[in-house]
Design a protein around this ligand. Structure first.
Ligand code: CMP
Length: 143
């Protein structure tokens, strides 16, 4: 089953949006297979956002992601990578549709509340940066 990597960024945690955001993914039917609250180090943030190194917003992105605790999780489900990207909405909240997480909860591209991996390959890479293999739980959904 497909898996993706999701992060509720420091602004989402500070604004008490953790529960609301997780509820959306649970309501959709995705299964949480790993989750933790953590402080991201500079080293970890730079590895995560390696592809953006050199871009004008890279330093502010690293400062933002390391500015306070984040919630990282691995979600599992049919076409979950694309599904989560749709639920998150456009990267720039000004362009994100109402009903999406960024459309409903964010205004600024530099404070866009949530991250979701952009492909199955990115998801695998990001999951391996933030989680150890034994932190990914396999369990049956009983309902
Ligand atoms: P995310 O989905 O985490 O992927 C890369 C992040 O870089 C993005 O969300 C934004 O937080 C940030 N980002 C992308 N473009 C810009 C920009 N033009 N200015 C500031 N931050 C940006």
């Amino acid at each position: 089953m497909e898996r993706t990597f999701v992060m509720i960024k420091p602004d989402g945690v500070q604004r008490n949006l953790i529960g609301k955001i997780i509820s959306r993914f649970e309501d959709k039917g995705y299964r949480i297979v790993a989750m933790k609250l953590m402080q991201v180090t500079r080293d970890l943030a730079e590895r995560h956002y390696e592809e953006h190194r050199g871009k004008p917003f890279f330093e502010s992105l690293i400062d933002y992601i390391t500015s306070g605790p984040v919630v990282v999780m691995v979600l599992e489900g049919k076409d979950v990578v694309a599904g989560v990207r749709k639920m998150n909405g456009a990267t720039n909240p000004a362009e994100a549709a109402p009903g999406t997480i960024r459309g409903d909860y964010a205004l600024d591209i530099g404070r866009n509340v949530i991250h979701g991996a952009d492909s199955v390959e990115s998801a695998q890479r990001e999951i391996s940066i933030y989680f150890k293999e034994e932190e990914l739980l396999n369990y049956e959904k009983v309902t």
